[in-house]
Design a protein around this ligand. Structure first.
Ligand code: CP
Ligand code: NVA
Length: 312
């Protein structure tokens, strides 16, 4: 893989990234992390600018982009939709054209996937999806980096996602696992299962990588999992559905009994955070020895820096 082919590339879903390109960014992430550990200082974004548009709240994603870019000498500019003319007063297309003239790259977190795709189409600079209703690709990269640190090779490992199988995190995990040969099992109530359209798309990549994608509503299918992953029951923007989600997902809470059901003493627990402790995961699990959630959170920064280094 020639790294030059990534220059100017946007990251909106990972679907148009080849397995080799994803592996390259992960390797770069490992070296970025190593450099951070030895306090090696680089200034690779001097003279560069990053627009960071947020329609939804964020702790990890915002801080990862802002610190990763700033500490390399770049100038990140945080733009909440309270401040800029996005969508209401000015079209997404026009906003993209203007920002593309002033910034080296654009990050977008918000509701519609179509917004980040329009930005990517019109801006003429790399655009990164920092989470939409449908995808969270930078999270998925950090999650795989975490798995690589723990297990070395991830090919053939089993990642089991338990909870809202149609949310952004589950969907991006499905894509990256299919591409990298990781077996991916979604355990969700049928009403909240991953959509057929995405599963069909992923099945092509899974066939090429040797990954097995399984959709289930039986908790017994955590058997043999190397990682049990969950996310909040109510994603940002879906607050109106909270009562229904609680009803559907209460049997899918990750607790110690479920971790035991994996019958794998090395099985780890993962969560993208923020977590509602006591809801989708119990305190003993998220605070317990199997939990790797803080590594995942830290790895957001290293993977995001790697993406920006690879594409700007
Ligand atoms: N995991 C994640 O995206 O966290 P934030 O919402 O804090 O950015
Ligand atoms: N599914 C969650 C992820 C938060 C990082 C949400 O969209 O709110």
């Amino acid at each position: 893989m020639n790294p030059e082919q990534l220059k100017g590339r946007s990251l909106v879903t990972l679907k148009n990234w080849t397995p080799d390109e994803i592996r390259y960014v992960l390797e770069l992430s490992h070296s970025v992390k190593k450099a951070a550990r030895t306090s090696t200082v680089h200034q690779r974004f001097v003279g560069k600018t990053l627009a960071m548009i947020f329609e939804k709240r964020s702790t990890r994603t915002r801080c990862a982009f802002e610190t990763a870019f700033g500490e390399e000498g770049g100038h990140p500019v945080f733009l909440s939709t309270q401040d800029i003319q996005l969508g209401s007063k000015e079209s997404v297309e026009d906003t993209a054209r203007v920002l593309g003239r002033m910034f080296s790259a654009i990050e977008f977190r918000g509701f519609k996937q179509s917004t980040v795709e329009t930005l990517a189409r019109e801006a003429g600079v790399p655009v990164y999806n920092g989470l939409t209703d449908q995808y969270h690709p930078t999270q998925a990269l950090a999650d795989i980096l975490t798995l690589q640190e723990i297990f070395g090779t991830v090919q053939g490992k089993k990642l089991c996602y338990v909870g809202d199988g149609r949310n952004n995190v589950a969907r991006s995990l499905c894509v990256i696992c299919a591409k990298l040969g990781i077996n991916f099992t979604v355990i969700a109530p049928p009403e909240l299962s991953t959509d057929r359209e995405l599963l069909d798309e992923c099945s092509q990549w899974a066939a090429e990588s040797g990954s097995k994608i399984v959709v289930s509503s039986s908790l017994a299918d955590v058997l043999g999992a190397d990682s049990v992953y969950t996310d909040v029951w109510v994603s940002m923007g879906e607050e109106h559905a909270a009562a229904e989600r609680k009803r559907l997902l209460s049997p899918f809470r990750v607790d110690e009994a479920l971790m035991e059901k994996t019958r794998n003493p090395s099985c780890i627990f993962m969560h993208c955070l923020p977590a509602v402790k006591g809801e989708e995961v119990t305190v003993p699990v998220i605070e317990g020895p199997r939990s790797r959630v803080w590594d995942q959170a830290e790895n957001r920064k290293h993977t995001i820096k790697a993406i920006m280094l690879a594409t700007i």
